[in-house]
Design a protein around this ligand. Structure first.
Ligand code: CA
Length: 242
């Protein structure tokens, strides 16, 4: 089965370059330069991954990202955001909007291909049928489904992989470096701050009705751990303060 990529980018030269390189790597490529059309194409074609430019004529990449993440049907499709804006604040905004990765322009097509492959590795389906459970959270790995107290929770691919890793090792404290290696892979460069952004999003996702106990403990200057919350209070996010 072909792996399909939807490129949402209004600069024709970039689309041509990416299309050529992705097709050469065996991907089926769809493209559009229009944000609203992109949302429709995602629903029609159900691409395996979306490469999404930030600056677009009708709707910004951040808006599209939010819309796709809000819709349960499109929530699980990985998104790599492209932008000429390389400031840390912009990266964080892009990731906060729901992107799984963020590439700053100019970049090489080879880098994009490497990052697409890294995103796929991150949420590859398990070979066996596996259900992980901890403190009211249940994850059906092969069905890519998570519930908490019986309510389905929709997580993006990166949050899913992060939660999966924590569920596989409850109670263990992982440094941000360890989580990066486990979830993103060690062959691509990702800032440590990215882990905090995704942990924050995972916390938000797990607290589906605003009443759930925080189960991800932030361990000062060490990292994060999935733990039973017996105190019933929010685990303080100390390592995130900078
Ligand atoms: Ca653009």
């Amino acid at each position: 089965m072909d792996t399909s990529v939807l490129i949402v980018e209004d600069e024709a030269a970039i689309v041509t370059l990416l299309r050529y390189n992705l097709e050469r790597e065996g991907f089926r490529v769809y493209s559009t330069g229009d944000g609203e059309e992109a949302v429709g194409m995602v629903k029609d074609y159900k691409p395996d991954i979306i490469v999404l430019d930030w600056m677009l004529p009708s709707m910004s990449g951040v808006e599209i990202c939010k819309q796709l993440r809000w819709n349960p049907e499109t929530k699980a499709i990985p998104i790599i955001m492209l932008s000429a804006r390389g400031e840390e604040g912009d990266r964080i905004r892009g990731l906060d909007a729901g992107a799984d990765d963020y590439i700053v322009k100019p970049f090489s097509p080879a880098e994009l291909v490497a990052r697409i492959r890294a995103v796929f590795r991150r949420f590859r389906p398990a070979l066996s049928e596996k259900v992980l459970a901890f403190a009211g959270i249940k994850m059906d790995v092969s069905a890519h489904k998570v519930t908490r107290e019986g309510t389905e929770i929709h997580l993006s691919p990166t949050e899913f992989s992060l939660l999966r890793y924590l569920l596989e090792h409850p109670g263990r404290v992982f440094s941000r470096e360890q989580l990066l290696d486990a979830v993103w892979g060690h062959d691509i460069y990702v800032e440590l701050r990215t882990v905090d952004v995704h942990v924050r999003r995972l916390r938000k996702g797990l607290d589906y009705d605003g009443k759930q106990l925080d189960l991800i403990r932030t361990v000062r200057s060490a990292g994060y751990a999935l733990e039973e919350n017996t105190a019933g209070e929010a685990f303080v996010e100390e390592t995130e303060a900078k």
